[in-house]
Design a protein around this ligand. Sequence first.
Ligand SMILES: Cc1cc2nc3c(=O)[nH]c(=O)nc-3n(C[C@H](O)[C@H](O)[C@H](O)COP(=O)(O)O)c2cc1C
Length: 366
Amino acid sequence: MGSANSLKLGLFGANCSSGRAVTMVPERWSGNWPDCVRLAQMADRAGIEFMLPIGRWKGYGGETDYQGATFETVTWACGLLAKTERLTVFGTVHAPLIAPLIAAKEFVTADHIGEGRFGLNLVCGWNEGEFDMFGVEQRAHEDRYEYAQEWIDVIKLIWSDREDFDFDGKYLHMKNIRGKPKPYGGTRPVIMNAGASATGQAFAVKNCDAFFLQASRTSLEESAQRVRRAKDAARVQGRKIGCYTVGVVACRPSQKEAEEYFRHCIVDCADWSAVDSILALKNISPQTVPMAEFLAQRSGYAQGMGGLPIVGDPDHVAAQLADLSKAGLTGIAISLVNYLDELPYFCDEVIGRLERMGLRERPATA
Ligand SMILES: Cc1cc2nc3c(=O)[nH]c(=O)nc-3n(C[C@H](O)[C@H](O)[C@H](O)COP(=O)(O)O)c2cc1C
């Protein structure tokens, strides 16, 4: 993805209202188009490697209708790719909800607009309410990945030199397939997946270039083990994958200010009714899990939707990112409460420190 930096950086969730902060604070992210463009151009200038949107079709309700307004991700990526020069922009696509022939061509179109900078985040979906809106029944968990395997296999074939071929799988029966043009520049878009189950992880390791895993909130060694397991599993198949994670950053001049702001947004002003509706979709409630686990999950989702909270002054934030690199991670996709307001300080103070630590190089034009 776009650079030789040993710790790559991305922005996660900017196509959605509120981004990834389940908060009622008035400065929460708008997700509107002018803000997305300004953010992408700012990230591009700073040498940030990628933007990763969320494929979300329905908001979570609550006071703020958390993630209620979202841009469709492939068209969003096309617009941002046209307005930037270096950044990789992902589309996040639900394999069961879009015919592979359309998907293959959309991705090629985006890839040509970005001159090779489009990336695909392949997701199988989990939210039944979203599938109901399509009139599509969600498959059983294992079958989702079996279907996704055929979906990505046929897309890769469409991108290859094969022409006028048939594909006869368990789910897909397609005849005389052809697709032109091919992806830009004789390569193919980078593909990522973030499966958390054993089946999801095996799918990512087998098919993807980038695997997003959950970093441990308590143990760097545990994170390092997760990375090693994924890379070893890829190596057994003769593949090499990059491992990434997601984090929620609050960076302020002092540790105290950062912690206070984080607490203000994500605890005191959390949109708790939205948090509870996310948990209900995942079948997490005081009726289904022990109360202590419910409360821990509730707090975890409010504080970054499962992403790693990285809260502190620039030294602390840079050190925590450097630790993730030491654990073997290739990169991290971060979220900020208001990406546009907070990114300049992050770039000046944190990225500067990462450059001095040798984890990143200063982009030519910065
Ligand atoms: C970085 C990241 C991005 C994700 N993006 C989406 C998304 O946009 N839409 C979606 O439905 N699921 C998304 N997911 C969920 C995963 O694709 C996956 O379904 C989830 O981690 C559960 O794993 P499993 O499918 O193996 O059970 C994302 C997960 C992560 C960690």
